[in-house]
Design a protein around this ligand. Structure first.
Ligand SMILES: [Mg+2]
Length: 292
């Protein structure tokens, strides 16, 4: 059985404050040594993700803007499949509606609610840098949105609820990723993950799918894999997610990510050599009782 890892970026592979993946670097190298695909599945834009992919020499497909689209390097899968467009060396499967459409619907929500709604599209790169903690160049890449709008909603709880209801009434959906609300046209991380799982199954045969996240917007992705993993948030708590079989690893962001990969791979390699019966799984001989 071949493993494949899907991962959120902000607060998961990347430190929630510094956006560094340093603590997880050795675990990423381990995946690469073993030829295990690492699929980014994040609210980040294509421009943002491409930078990390280049730095880490990752050439696997990636999912942008909360499942808005899947970018698959041309020739990655050795068989034909349906896609919407070819762009920049990728075949692109689009699941979301265009960004400008989302923006104009949000303007209508703003008028109707009489509450201020500010998205990345309303802010300068300097402002985005200011609210996100990104440097200005990174903030520019974060503004290159194609399929979802990122909002900071700062009113009272009631105001925020009212805006979210209006967004739903207009046929859009939203996800909360910790700092921001992302607003989308029907896509989520789970739909995009499922499509890639299908393509990878055609390529590699039986899979063991692993997904790592930190927030509620990861729930759709975590729900469609074999091994869903949550890392800790700053302060050492886990997002309140109720999902059967969910593993909560210790460690905030990339620290937890490293632990998760170590444990998943240790258990997998042990399983290859010593198939373990259901009975033995419960015993202490099992290298970790956290993973199936
Ligand atoms: Mg996150």
């Amino acid at each position: 059985m071949r493993e494949i890892v899907f991962t959120d970026l902000d607060g998961t592979l990347l430190d929630p404050f510094t956006y560094s993946y340093k603590q997880a670097a050795s675990a990423i190298a381990l995946l690469q040594q073993r030829g295990i695909p690492l699929i980014f599945c994040s609210a980040k834009t294509r421009a943002e993700q491409e930078l990390y992919r280049q730095e880490l020499r990752i050439s696997d497909p990636f999912i942008v803007e909360n499942g808005g689209a899947i970018f698959i390097p041309k020739d990655y899968f050795p068989f034909p499949f349906d896609y919407h467009k070819a762009a920049g060396g990728y075949l692109v499967i689009e699941l979301g509606i265009p960004y400008q459409e989302i923006r104009s619907i949000l303007k209508r929500v703003e008028e109707q609610s009489r509450l201020g709604i500010r998205g990345f599209g309303d802010m300068s790169a300097e402002e985005v840098a200011d609210v996100s903690g990104l440097d200005v160049a990174s903030a520019r890449r974060a503004k290159e949105r194609e399929y979802d709008e990122t909002l900071r909603l700062e009113g009272s709880k009631e105001d925020v609820q009212r805006i979210l209801h209006l967004i739903e009434d207009k046929g859009l959906n939203w996800a909360h990723g910790g700092k921001y609300y992302d607003v989308m046209g029907g896509n989520d991380k789970g739909k995009a993950t499922s499509i890639l799982v299908e393509l990878f199954t055609r390529k590699l045969g039986r899979l063991k799918t692993i997904a790592i996240g930190d927030s509620l917007n990861d729930l759709p992705m975590l729900s469609v894999v074999d091994v869903p993993v949550l890392v800790q948030k700053p302060g050492g708590c886990w997002e309140n997610i109720d999902l059967p079989g969910l593993y909560r690893v210790e460690g905030v962001g990339p620290q937890g990510w490293k632990t998760a990969i170590g444990e998943v791979l240790a258990v997998s390699s042990r399983l290859v050599h010593y198939p373990i019966s259901e009975e033995r799984k419960d015993s202490n001989n099992y290298p970790s009782n956290k993973y199936p």
